[in-house]
Design a binder for this molecule. Sequence first.
Ligand SMILES: Cc1ncc(COP(=O)(O)O)c(C=O)c1O
Length: 388
Amino acid sequence: MREIYLDNAATTFPKPEEVYRAIDRWMRTQGGSPGRGLYRRAVDAEEMVSDTRERLAALLGAGDPTRIVLTQNSTEALNMALKGYLRPGDHVVSTVLEHNAVVRPLWALEKRGVRVTTVESSAEGELSADDVVRALRPETRLVVCVHGNNVLGSITPIGEITRVAHEHGVAVLCDGSQTAGTLPLNVRELGIDLFAFTGHKGLLGPTGTGGLVVGPRIELEPLKEGGTGSLSESPEPPDWLPDRLEPGTPNTFGIAGLRAGVIWLAERGIEWVRAHEAALSQRLLERLLEIRGVTVYSPRTADRRLGVVSLNFDHLSPTDACGILTNKFGIDVRCGLHCSPLTHRRIGTEGTGTLRMSVGVFTTEADVDAAADAVQKISNLLYRRSVA
Ligand SMILES: Cc1ncc(COP(=O)(O)O)c(C=O)c1O
């Protein structure tokens, strides 16, 4: 049975060959610690990490590469932004579309005196800048908002939200976990003050990589302190970026893989990725909409959605459906709450969640057709059972 991987919103698979090769080459032949020696291996490592930052800055339209702080993933980047920026007494506007990587740090911050207002979305997971404005208060310091929701695939009008937030002197933290590498975007043009991304999804790198773009007007308290290879005589971390927020030896072989993923994407263009994924997910969605006994939750048109489609069978739990899809049809999809419990509450699926299918750069039309055929077969079986 051929395996069809449709869980690219969790992590992309496979990665481009160049990514595997870069990691292997880095571990075998380079392997120095960046910024921590004058010998060739250490200097090469420093240059490789700086080059990755420059390529990320170009791909994301992030401006000054030194303001890209490399992290383990977007969870770390989001914690760094929220805990480094907010203080007791501050108010933050969040949304029902946020992942637990935002919801849980905010919950922890609420216990330390930060207040949170959570804005609703439409039934298909779309946010309105007007709702964000209505939630602002004089003490609001931050709006935190997902750029692409990981359950429904809905896309946030982030440029409109930053515009209205800035009119009120409020900064915006954007969770770009699902959009970095899948949606053409320019962090500076969109006015995003803090942009968190993960390396192992759309950017095609390995797990253990990610980052935070820190806008020119933003200052963050470090999430952790430690050695940076700079200003070592001082107990206080350096006051410049990225050193201030990047203590400890970085994940150099992961960064080498991330760099290869970014080069692969830059060569093809994010516009190509977007067109490929939009066409495939639209093809899938239209087939699913025709199947009796299946409910589709995602926005109907590709321009309002990433390559993610959430659905449920009327008479089969998402967990059972996932089991059948993987065991009988070789189709790997994700079921449950996808770490986004508030989104599920909004769409009325908080009990069991949904079944999520997500395409990637290596997904083909044959893959999505096979997934739709499998859903059709399961639905036919359920229908026959229900009338028997
Ligand atoms: C919208 C969103 N935010 C945050 C995350 C967390 O990403 P990571 O696990 O790479 O930190 C994810 C991952 O699924 C996500 O989809």
